[in-house]
Design a protein around this ligand. Structure first.
Ligand SMILES: *Cc1c(COP(=O)(O)O)cnc(C)c1O
Length: 583
């Protein structure tokens, strides 16, 4: 992958919108897309997955166009004070530095006003010659009144009404913009329910022109819309799905289609964006096998498939490992299947590549935090959105026991942002800061601020073990553990999401707590899980690391040969093509 902006292409007069629109494409809609640390249009996993999906599609030269919002004020930049209290700063970026503004404008209606929408175009180009245009929708136009100019400013900012307006711009505005630019679309893929309103825009387009109507419903051609739509759900809990009261929908969206039809499609009490998308998509899937099953339980009666997530191998492989793979597994970046031959890499070179990445992370921590961590000390990393279900503080439930197990033998690196309104997530960060104090002198722990693509890359490659402790079954998939595996970093994780499929005990990594059983939302037991976590740490992880380096390196090979081999976005997108796009 190389990120060459269309700005440059336009200047070189290579960009030709007619060329872009000549071939029918898959339209990939996502509220957030994360593909470059300088472009702050993502908050976490969902956005990075979208970016990785597009990068693999570009490598494989798939006919695709992506649609998202410009979010020029970003999500937020995180600072932490000495007690771990989160400070949220604006994280603005300038679209004109990276992409090209297109002259076409369309309008959508919100609160009875016309809102003009323009778009910026960026091309995600691959070294293979593939390239995928990404449209960033933007309402910051002088034609709009002040409030409306900010609709596309802040990712996941504002209240419910703001969110609904954003979803109108994304779904309805996005569909209209593609048409205005002349794109021919053969499938619309909604990455999560934020884009569901595009189904209504399509319904209007497929409205039958019948002269004598016996039944009002006959004019709405639901089947044609379904044939065009693919929907991926990412949320395994009922409360996580976007819902809007019909009172607000009436005020903000108006009677876009008749309300009785909308209620049939989106649910009788509230407009549920997941239901809306499911009722108008021929193909629906969850993002791991377990998540597919859990989603079926949440939405009985729907056929829900599963395509397990993957990550873009080239993006998430650090420099030292990329060099190693180039030497022993040429072609790996566009054909991750060659990881199956990982056994060709000599043990010493695999370890040396790992130590290079580890030194880089530890040097970085010395530079930004002044903390001295040891190159040879077993290092555990934990970085993810700070929110209750991720249980970031599980490891600290029994500080004295942790000291006994880890004194002088363990060091820990944490990171993660809490959503500005997630008070519990913020409290979690403060609790980790307390643990840092309590462990001082025994176990070195740091919390690195502002987790983003750049920091994720350093962490998933520079630690020895990647820890994940979500409450089952709330981790729909999880992807950072796949990034770790690409860099020979071993996973120690609760059996949920992708790890159920990737885990072989003592072989690709280690599990925490009981195996996957029911698909219901049985609460995890903190007690049982902590007990198992301490036990595994003491008797397996620490022992193997210090006493059986050969076995450790064998496990690193297995992480690459079994996990990276499979959990990559090349495999994932090929499955979307054969199971969802061309059917
Ligand atoms: C990969 C990634 C995530 C998602 O990781 P999970 O394992 O799903 O929590 C979130 N944020 C950033 C910056 C990432 O790179």
């Amino acid at each position: 992958m190389k990120g060459k902006g269309v700005k440059k292409l336009l200047e070189e007069s290579v960009l030709d919108i007619h060329k872009l629109t000549s071939e029918p494409k898959i339209a990939y809609f996502s509220m957030e897309i994360g593909f470059d640390e300088r472009i702050h249009t993502y908050s976490g996993g969902l956005g990075i997955l979208a970016g990785d999906t597009i990068k693999s599609s570009s490598d494989l030269k798939l006919p695709m166009v992506a649609v998202t919002l410009i979010s020029k004020k970003g999500y937020f930049k995180q600072e932490l004070d000495e007690r771990g209290r989160q400070i949220e700063l604006p994280d603005e970026w300038n679209p004109a530095d990276h992409m090209t503004l297109l002259p076409e404008k369309i309008t959508v209606r919100t609160e009875g006003r016309e809102v003009y929408v323009q778009s910026w175009i960026y091309s995600i180009d691959s070294l293979t010659g593939g390239s995928i245009p990404v449209l960033f929708l933007d309402t910051d136009l002088p034609d709009n009144e002040a409030g409306d100019r900010g609709i596309t400013h802040s990712l996941y900012g504002g209240d419910e009404r703001y969110r609904l307006k954003q979803e109108i711009v994304l779904g309805i505005g996005g569909e209209r913009m593609l048409r205005a630019l002349g794109f021919k679309i053969k499938k619309y893929h909604m990455n999560e329910g934020h884009a569901s309103l595009l189904t209504l825009s399509l319904l209007l387009r497929f409205k039958r022109d019948i002269e004598e109507v016996w039944d009002e419903k006959e004019v709405w051609d639901l089947e044609s819309v379904k044939d065009l739509c693919v929907f991926t759900t990412h949320t395994p809990v009922e409360a996580g799905h976007d819902k809007f009261s019909y009172g607000m929908v009436r005020e903000v969206l108006g009677e876009f289609i008749p309300f009785d039809l909308l209620k049939e499609l989106g649910g009788s009490d509230k407009m549920n964006m997941t239901l809306l998308a499911m009722n108008l998509s021929r193909y629906i899937n969850g993002v791991a096998k377990k998540h597919g099953a859990v989603s079926k339980g949440l939405f009985p009666g729907y056929e829900i498939h599963a395509i397990t997530n993957g990550i873009h191998s080239y993006t998430w492989t650090c420099e030292s490992f990329a060099r190693l793979y180039d030497k022993y597994l040429p072609g790996w970046a566009n054909e991750p299947e060659v990881f199956v031959r990982v056994g060709r890499i000599p043990d010493e070179e695999l370890w040396a590549a790992h130590m290079e990445a580890k030194r880089r992370l530890i040097d970085y921590i010395r530079d930004v935090k002044g903390s001295c961590m040891g190159y040879d000390t077993l290092t555990i990393g934990f970085a993810r959105r700070a929110t209750a279900y991720k249980r970031a503080t599980l490891l600290f439930r029994d500080i004295e026991r942790l000291k006994r197990i880890g004194k002088g033998r363990l060091q820990l690196i944490y990171a993660g942002k809490a959503h500005p309104r997630d008070m519990e997530g913020k409290k979690n960060i403060e609790e980790i800061f307390k643990a840092i104090e309590a462990l001082k002198g025994d176990i070195e722990v740091v919390y690195l601020p502002n987790y983003d693509i750049g920091l994720a890359m350093k962490m998933v490659s520079g630690v020895d073990v990647w820890l994940n402790t979500p409450m089952r079954p709330r981790e729909a998939s999880g992807t950072s553990g796949m990034k770790a595996a690409h860099n020979g970093v071993l996973n120690l994780s609760v059996l949920d999401g992708w790890w159920i499929e990737g885990h072989i005990e003592d072989y690709t990594g280690w599990s925490i707590g009981p195996g996957p059983t029911e698909t219901t939302l049985a609460e995890s037991s903190d007690e049982t899980d902590t007990e198992d976590l301490y036990h595994k740490l003491e008797h397996k992880v620490i022992r193997t690391y210090y006493d059986d380096r050969e076995r450790w390196i064998r496990m690193m090979q297995n992480a690459i040969g079994k996990n990276a081999y499979y959990f990559n976005s090349h495999r994932m997108i090929r499955r979307y093509v054969t199971e969802a796009y061309i059917r």
